[in-house]
Design a protein around this ligand. Structure first.
Ligand code: ATP
Length: 638
């Protein structure tokens, strides 16, 4: 194992002086300017009105004129400003009107001006050709400059575009970054399954002989898969740290440059470096940026991307079986990866990193809050419960944001309120000062009370966390719920109540104000999406049955949708729409009834929210009473 730190190629690039770096573009720009301001197109002195020209002739100030067709260039003497001595000789041009040209010759003769008559200026074919070539020469120059900047031709043997790859490998190109990480599994909280799988590879790297002795082949490639911020890079570093091997790190997108062939050369160079310093981990981040399915149009059939991907594949195929280099790649889009990447011998081990559950969130928070001076009221467990959907990176950010708030207020300790405020701004954005009219303020309180009442009374809804009508980010207010338990599937009655809570704001507006508003825009969108999922994906509509009727292919981690051609009839489409509408209206009717049945309590809640602007669960229960037990409410509801 080599321990010396190998600086990245960036440093090499920095070695190039600023003067050298800009010499070529400056030269090109200079040539372009020279081209524009010289030759046939160049102006010869400022243009002056014809009458001024004749005035100067009559005064005897003009010494010499050159006549070319209608254009006249004159050399004349001009008076200097007051105080200056003598007269200055200058040049100017003017155009002779179509009429009166003959009189001009008389005038010039009379004033005794030396006159030269020349052929009208013609733009030669060579000039037009040059004009057409200049932009191309400029582009080629820039391309050449870029290539030089990346190190093309350096190292002596490269020479020209043909010898490009070879030159680059030993050149000044941006090299894969080497680290010798001290990160261990202790720095990765939760993710126990992933750790178990990674531990096998640690074993191999730490003692390859043991595996070799029994004829076991080395693992070559590992694919870390999971949503952003779940610790894929952290886990790869911990793998290197635990095994005590070098860690080479490069983002896949960094392999690619504008010039075709650079990516492949960089891949070769990265593998070469890792092999030379084996045992080592070569970590390729964002693999999907180059590893997308070839020939599908995804990623645009980009030549450079495909060549780079092919190079990765062929490097991995070239492993002899006993090499102590493990290539670890990370992606949050495993669905778009080229299947060839996951063939045996390539990235055949897949390690999934999930969003942390409440227990993992607690340990991640403990890890990142360890160094903070926490106040006695900080309840890590409560914060962990209040942050479902947060990734490890989000939780790290939460701890840091809370500390920033404490520092901003010149406090010595980070309190629970700091965490709570940081959480709200991560979820919804920072508080916004908006001038809201009293009517609008009341409508907001009504709307949020509607969501809150639905969350309180509907038996299968997630428990209420807090409600607020303080504008944050894009939202004017918000009702936050938190599941009591981690939820991995969503039962039908939960989804029905979820729609009810989402539509609750609109129901309350209708009951207390008689009209609805555009404030429910996103609510309607969300509710419709859930109802559509119930009908088209989860077979929850009796009239439709267990049939997959989705039209969008939702991407697993990013929520992106790709439109698919519809594969069912108009009649079925109509039935789907009806079933979706039925789920929505049933939920709305139910919540309308609930609010009407508890009208007085909800009215009190509206008033309290108007006054206090934010209420937690206890504050809400002070007006709506304790939340009805789920079973009892379920029976009553049925
Ligand atoms: P991306 O997909 O966006 O590249 P990633 O999955 O590679 O993200 P990391 O970059 O490894 O995520 O995580 C960012 C930071 O979040 C880490 O440096 C670490 O501080 C924190 N983090 C993430 N997961 C964990 C965890 N399980 N335990 C402790 N810290 C974590």
């Amino acid at each position: 194992m080599a321990n010396g730190s190998n600086p990245s190629g960036d440093n090499d690039n920095q070695g190039m002086s600023g003067l050298q770096r800009w010499a070529l573009p400056a030269l090109l720009v200079g040539l372009l300017l020279l081209f524009l301001f010289s030759g046939p197109l160049a102006p010869q002195g400022p243009e002056v009105p014809y009458t001024r020209f004749t005035g100067l002739v009559d005064k005897g100030a003009v010494q010499h004129v050159v006549v070319r067709g209608h254009q006249v260039t004159m050399t004349f003497r001009e008076k200097q400003p007051v105080g200056a001595r003598g007269k200055k000789v200058r040049q100017a041009t003017t155009r002779v009107p179509l009429f009166g040209g003959d009189k001009l010759m008389d005038r010039l003769e009379k004033a005794n001006v030396e006159t030269t008559v020349r052929e009208q200026r013609q733009t030669g074919w060579w000039w037009i050709l040059l004009l057409l070539l200049v932009p191309w020469l400029f582009l080629m120059g820039m391309q050449f400059f870029q290539w030089r900047r990346m190190g093309g031709g350096a190292g002596g043997g490269g020479g020209g575009f043909g010898g490009f790859g070879g030159g680059l490998t030993q050149s000044k190109a941006k090299r894969v970054t080497r680290e010798d990480p001290t990160t261990t599994f202790d720095d990765v909280a939760g993710q126990d399954n992933a750790k178990r799988e990674v531990a096998e590879v640690v074993d191999f790297l730490a003692d390859p002989e043991r595996f070799r002795d029994v004829g076991a082949e080395a693992p070559h490639g590992m694919l870390m898969v999971g949503p952003p911020g779940t610790g894929k890079t952290l886990m790869a570093r911990a793998l290197a740290g635990e095994a005590g091997v070098a860690f080479y790190h490069q983002s896949a997108s960094e392999f690619i440059e504008m010039v075709v062939g650079v990516g492949a050369a960089r891949v070769r160079q990265a593998f070469e470096e890792a092999r030379k310093n084996a045992p080592a981990i070569l970590f390729i981040d964002e693999l999907d940026s180059i590893g997308r399915m070839r020939g599908t149009g995804l990623g645009g059939g980009h030549d450079e991307r495909e060549q780079t991907l092919n190079q990765i594949l062929s490097e991995m195929d070239g492993f002899s079986g006993h090499e102590e280099v493990v290539v670890v790649a990370a992606t949050n889009r495993p669905d778009v990866l080229d299947p060839a990447l996951q063939r045996p011998g390539r990235f055949d081990r897949r390690i999934s990193l999930e969003l942390p559950d409440v227990k993992a969130r607690r340990s991640i928070l403990e890890l990142h809050a360890e160094a903070l001076p926490l106040a006695a009221d900080v309840d890590i467990d409560r914060i962990a419960r209040g942050t479902p959907g947060f990734s490890g990176a989000d939780l790290k950010n939460l701890a840091n944001e809370a500390a920033i708030r404490a520092a901003r207020e010149h406090k010595k300790h980070v309190t629970y309120a700091h965490f709570d405020d940081a959480r709200d701004s991560i979820i919804m954005g920072s508080e916004r000062a908006l001038s809201i009219t009293p009517d609008e303020h009341y409508r907001l309180a009504v709307h949020e009370s509607g969501h809150t009442a639905a969350a309180h009374f509907l038996p299968n809804a997630d428990a209420l966390y807090k409600v607020s009508i303080i504008p944050r980010g894009q939202a004017l207010g918000g009702t936050h719920q938190i599941p009591e338990e981690e939820r991995y599937t969503m039962p039908e009655d939960y989804l029905r109540d979820r729609i009810g809570v989402i539509l609750g704001g609109r129901c309350a507006e209708r009951i207390f104000l008689g009209t609805v508003s555009s404030g429910a825009d996103d609510d309607i969108k969300q509710a419709t999406r859930i109802a559509r999922g119930m009908v088209t994906r989860w077979g929850m509509a009796d009239d439709i049955g267990p049939m997959d009727l989705r039209q969008d292919d939702e991407q697993p981690f990013l929520g992106q949708q790709m439109a698919q051609p519809r594969q069912f009839s108009d009649t079925t489409a109509h039935q789907v729409d009806e079933a979706v509408r039925a789920f929505l209206t049933a939920a709305e009717d139910r919540v309308m009834r609930l609010i009407q049945d508890n009208r007085e309590a909800v009215e009190n809640l509206v008033q309290a929210l108007e006054e206090e602007e934010t209420l937690d669960r206890a504050g809400v229960e002070a007006h709506l009473g304790a939340r009805p037990a789920v079973a009892a409410a379920g029976e009553a509801d049925a």
